[in-house]
Design a protein around this ligand. Sequence first.
Ligand SMILES: [Zn+2]
Ligand SMILES: [Zn+2]
Ligand SMILES: [Zn+2]
Length: 388
Amino acid sequence: MTPTDEGQAARAAFAAWASQQAAAPREPASLVTAVDRSAEYVGMLSTEIAGRRVGWKSVPANSRARISAPRIGIERIEAWDVEAVSLQQQSDHIAVCDLCAGQGRVSCASCGGIGKTTCKTCGGQRKMYGYAANGSRRLLNCTTCRGKGEVDCPDCRRGIATCHACAGEGRVQRWIELESWHRALASVHPEGLAQRFGWSATPPNDAIVRDGDVVADVERPHRLASTDLDPVLAQWLGVLAPPLATGERVARQRLRVVRLMMTTVGYRVGAQEYGAIFSGKRLLAPPADPTSAFARRAARLRALLVALLVGAALFAIFSLGRGFFYWSVPTLLSIGALVAPEPVQPPPPPPKPAPLLRDDFDSTLRGAGTGSLGTVRGGADAEKCEPE
Ligand SMILES: [Zn+2]
Ligand SMILES: [Zn+2]
Ligand SMILES: [Zn+2]
């Protein structure tokens, strides 16, 4: 693909992805501001592991078998240097049973050497409900333990059991057995990136090339060493090293390193710039991200819708409330009062008709001439001249 083709493919992948997002705009491709590509690497190490260890095995021997000694000691055996058949032959011998010290009998583990166990029928209660001879239901002695609450231990006689290691013979045949196993481990790093492509623990190269390029594929019939790889690849061994248990060795190891081109599509929603990463050759869409621009936009739109709905509901409730409020009798009266012409306030007592008084006073003055007496008289006249 040419860079232009890649850009177009990335825009198409973005448009397809964005159109499936909640609250996606009508033409998502128009939001794209940039397309960048970068390489990421996934390392995959498959390890075949072989394990070996040695241990004693034994079977009961005849009590008359002659005691013998092994020709080799287990502590000096290196499990990876021995062969199972010769090891068994060299170590095979007759020994006194360790478990019972050659006695053939041990203290019973089931009853702790007591020789009795709790009766299971009555749970040690000695009595049980049953029907008496006359048909009445009543507490009777437990028939299993005959009212004792315990029974003889089925695994021993008076607390002494036969030794299971030597079957009571007191002698065992022992040998050192070589145990071996195999297992496979696959390690991938980084795991999240590999999971995005749906790869199994050990994907075939055919599956890998759909998304990336296998830039290294090295396999050896032993543990991969830095000498098997160039220095850059050798760093993967430290990252991917599988944990081994005691007695385990690496039988075969294969390291693969895959280069994956990641395409970041920059886009703008509102005043904010965002980036969506499309993985590998197939431009796999980014996983659902609650913090993505579209998710946030959808959340904002949802919040707005909720606000509008809540507003509408409140308005409806308020209107309804007002309606009922208006329909009540006192309210109707209040409304009548409000709608009616301004209520007539009782008029404030009009100011004393001063001009009349003054006229009167003047006339009084005029009639009375001058002098304080005239003034007093005028005053008295004024009182008589109140409006009717
Ligand atoms: Zn017992
Ligand atoms: Zn019982
Ligand atoms: Zn024994």
